[in-house]
Design a protein around this ligand. Sequence first.
Ligand code: GDP
Ligand code: MG
Length: 177
Amino acid sequence: YGDPSQKIDYVFKVVLIGDSAVGKSQILARYARDEFSLDSKATIGVEFQTRTLVIDHKSVKAQIWDTAGQERYRAVTSAYYRGAVGAMLVYDITRRQTFDHIPRWLEELRAHADKNIVIILIGNKTDLEDQRAIPMEDAKEFAEKEGLFFLETSAFKATNVESAFTTVLTEIFNIVN
Ligand code: GDP
Ligand code: MG
């Protein structure tokens, strides 16, 4: 993805947060490398991945940070959030607990990140529709109340992953322009 010799107009830091095993690393793998692994333990030591895209004739480098197993409450350090202009708040549509923890993550984000950060709520694993525990309407309502963008994705099927990043990055782009 992207020509490395290309001039970069903007670098946007985006952080992935949410409970363990919701699919954060696979969402990032899908977006940055178009890869997916059912047994993902491969991202140890990697702090972020990048992908360059063009918005409105400008090249934007998205620098996307992934937690390396720091999902326990308050284990994510403030360095992780520092300079972030976007956040993807991920839960697993098949596990109620991961959605119930979203307000906590949001609180954490609002405590550590810039107050103008662009946030998208993501319900991942839509390919497991038969195991759905969170109705889409509930999440949508929550997102509206909190002023967040919202999409459901499947990193496995590559559904809406591209759109989720594009939504956040375009909104950030519009804010800075
Ligand atoms: P993280 O802890 O939030 O980074 O979660 P991972 O990305 O490591 O994913 C946890 C598990 O869920 C792994 O076994 C993945 O293969 C699986 N997974 C991630 N995304 C999806 C998805 O969209 N659909 C399905 N069926 N499994 C997924
Ligand atoms: Mg991970």
